[in-house]
Ligand binder design. Structure first.
Ligand code: CU
Length: 506
């Protein structure tokens, strides 16, 4: 049966469970297919197939699950309208198997609108997996694999630099991959984080996380990669009408090679010893996608925890940087706890709020400073607020959460933690926050705008910074200052706010 007649035949039937689908349709090949770095010859070859397929998908009708618009809308519908309005427009108010499928699939991106944050990685793996299947169908190339953009590469020609194929508007093959609504650093081949105070491609803290899920104040791998490198890439390449905002992000072909990278980093974290969860009802949450024939396939999140079971792997994985050279004097190096022991230790250590700001922070075009003050019931245990005694295993975290923005500010905000009158510089730098999933979106469910705010939660380990202040003789028992500095010129109408800033020991 040709794929076209199979599509006509199967549309409108009940969704196929993923296990049945895998055994029936997925791979004739015996060895897993390989996803390549765009900078490799194989990756560039795949990217040419991708560009040609994109051109064909742009020409497909909006009612077709294999169209570019349908795939974009599966992540989130165009921000200038709503899902309900788009379904009414495209199907002229009629209910068809396709309009029902659109209703099931569109706006399902996780977890940028308040869903369980553990969904982020497996949902995007599913999304990319079925998209890759669709490119195989459209291109007629059964061995197609989605290449990845290696922005965390240690190679200075690649680190933080948009691949040239995405910024060549006049190229007959790759021109379709260009979008003018990206940042000028991205589209001119410069480091996208060039104007930022520190290297924003650094993922060492995320890759060193022990647990997949967040435990108290300690970010798990899933939320850490989502809130950090994933969100930073969106903001540093895109604008509020492109990669920088959820409702537009998946229109840009860059979205897919970005998420191929996020998927590779997850596979790398697993290969380096990180374990995926095995318990939790959220593992069984089902999502519906369309396969390359337009057939509805239903998969559970837990079905997407292993790339080999899905028939693919990566040409190379992210590796931890080599350990620093041994110190001059021979010192016994502390034995590193196993990952299982680290996770177990997290589970028993209860978070303890030590300090909080009393006001919200309204962020604009200049720096905003607000004090975090000791909470009356929190014990003073050292000369510097928040530090546990040196003998304790507790760490101290600066927590920045409950972000809200009316429009994407189109910049990162950099966070500094200082003693009173302390300078803002690299030595007092904590990390970056962004508002990618802090914007109100109407999910088209009729509940209005207020239900759709993403949960956003940044938590930075500041123990070493506070120890440095302690060693330098600073006495700062009752308050410290937190300063937010925009990494560029924010949009004037953004209205970005941070409601909660706290120091927490755990
Ligand atoms: Cu994304």
């Amino acid at each position: 049966m040709s794929s076209l007649s199979r599509r006509t035949f199967l549309q409108g039937t009940a969704a196929l469970p993923l296990s049945v689908w895998l055994s029936r349709y997925a791979f004739a090949q015996s060895a897993p297919l390989v996803r390549y770095d765009i900078a490799s010859p194989q990756g560039a070859d795949m990217l040419a197939t991708y560009a040609n397929a994109m051109r064909a998908m742009l020409l497909r009708p909006e009612t077709d699950p294999l169209s570019w618009l349908w795939q974009w809308y599966t992540h989130f519908v165009n921000g200038s309208t709503t899902k309900a309005a788009e379904i009414t427009r495209i199907w002229a108010g009629a209910t068809t198997p396709q309009s029902s499928l659109a209703n099931e699939m569109w706006n399902t991106c996780q977890s940028h609108s308040g869903q369980n944050t553990n969904h982020f990685l497996p949902w995007h793996r599913m999304f990319v997996f079925f998209f890759e299947q669709i490119i195989r169908e459209v291109s007629g190339r059964a061995d197609f694999t989605l290449p990845y953009w290696d922005y965390t590469s240690t190679d200075p020609l690649k680190r933080g630099i948009l691949p040239i194929q995405f910024r060549s508007p006049n190229d007959p093959v790759f021109g379709v991959l260009y979008r003018s609504d990206r940042t000028s650093l991205a589209n001119t081949g410069q480091r996208i984080d060039k104007a930022q105070p520190t290297d924003q491609m650094d993922i060492s803290a995320t890759m060193a996380t022990a647990s997949y899920t967040t435990v108290g104040t300690v970010l798990g791998f899933c939320r850490s990669i989502d809130a950090n490198i994933h969100g930073r890439i969106h903001v540093l390449v895109g604008t509020a009408k492109n990669m920088g905002a959820v409702p537009y992000a998946a229109r840009d072909p860059l979205f897919w090679v970005h998420h191929s990278t996020i998927d590779r980093l997850w596979a790398s974290w697993n290969a380096n010893g990180g374990a995926n969860p095995t318990t939790g009802t959220w593992l069984n949450t089902p999502f519906v996608f369309a396969d390359r024939t337009g057939t509805r396939v239903s998969g559970k999140l837990k079905d997407f925890f292993d790339t080999l079971a899905l028939g693919y792997q990566y040409d190379s994985l992210w590796l931890p940087p080599p350990p620093p050279p041994p110190p001059q004097q021979q010192q016994p190096t502390p034995k590193k706890k196993s990952i299982a022991a680290q996770v177990a230790a997290l589970m028993v250590s209860k978070p303890e709020r030590v300090a909080a700001s009393s006001a919200m922070a309204s962020l604009g075009a200049s720096a905003t400073t607000l004090p975090v003050r000791r909470i009356a019931t929190a014990k003073q245990t050292s000369a510097v607020l928040g530090l546990a005694p040196a003998t304790s295993t507790q760490r101290t975290y600066l927590v920045v959460k409950n972000l809200h923005t009316w429009k994407q500010p189109e910049v990162l905000y950099h966070v500094y933690l200082t003693p009173n009158k302390g300078a803002i510089n690299r030595n007092t730098y904590v990390g970056a926050i962004q508002f990618f999933d802090a914007e109100f979106h109407d999910h088209g469910t009729g509940h209005g705008m207020d239900e759709a705010l993403g949960e956003n939660f940044f938590s930075f380990d500041v123990t070493d910074l506070l120890r440095r202040y302690e060693r330098s003789g600073a006495v700062q028992r009752d308050s410290l200052n937190v300063t937010f500095v925009p990494g560029g010129k924010p949009r004037a109408d953004a209205g970005s706010m941070v409601a909660t800033v706290e120091l927490v020991r755990q």
